[in-house]
Ligand binder design. Sequence first.
Ligand code: SIN
Length: 351
Amino acid sequence: MNFKKTIIAGMISLAAGLAMAADLPQVAILATGGTIAGTASSNTQMTGYKAGELAIQTLIDAVPAVKEFADVKGEQIVKISSNNLTDEVLLKLAKRCNELLADPKVSGVVITHGTDTLEETAFFLNLTVKSKKPVVVIGAMRPATAISADGPVNLLNAVKLAVDPKAQNRGVLVALNDQISAGRDVTKTNTTNVATFNSHDLGFLGYIAGGKNYFLRNPAMRHTWQSEFDVSKIESLPRVDILYSHANDDRVLADASVAAGAKGIVHAGSGNGSVHQATEAGLADAVKKGVTVVLSSRTGSGIVCPNFGRYFQEGFIEGRSLNPQKARLLLQLALTKTNDPKEIARMFEEY
Ligand code: SIN
């Protein structure tokens, strides 16, 4: 009799749970690895751990509170440390986000990611996801096994953002450490600190406090559904290399890049995108061979704007406010459509 009662009670609570899940908005969590899924041999080990070890369901099960806000479904896309990010993973994520977000039942997508290249994925998706629904990219600076691991709260915050109508139409979001950033602007600024993500002078889009999301500004540049880039039929991206300027620089890496088949080069120059004269000759020759050269800056903030007139004559394009790793992604996408320097310059004005 007691056994029967227990079974009936179990069935009732299962049915109630299913009914509750059916009423909740759906959120897809796409997992790629990173420290958020990392494990170490002790709970005090915060560096030198193994990133990308835990499967997505383990991360979801560690935060039962997410189920109060959304009917979450996890998908393991890859299990990598994000320093090993590839174009293939970027394309896979963009295509999967677009498939999921086209489903009216899905309210938003959360992506769990390593923090090292998180800003690259967030910006790539900002340019290729065709939806106003929230896409929230998160990670963690401490592995899942650490005391005070930051992954669980970041996951909870991300799911709540993914179902928040206020988070719609703001481009791809990055949310760590109770701060909401624009995927376009944000960058990793500290090697180990949990407060590593910020957007320099541009600031956060908003904060998460007392369990609520507070938005304070909107991104000004074209994003997501406003973007002209469509990767639905693209299987690979053109090679674009980054050259980092320094004292005593020369043209060896510019020539090597051309020889390796680069279709574009982003030059991380000093100051306002300045190029060492020895490298400049190499880049000018690269342009003559059909390679698109974009001038970016190694300073970390500001805008690369018209500098020496001869840069324009040599065919170099100003990368505006994108850091070199983001300028590289925009140039890759630009080159899938055109190699007209005027058109590419326009894209650097608009995205
Ligand atoms: C990674 O980027 O996969 C490792 C570092 C991190 O997630 O913080």
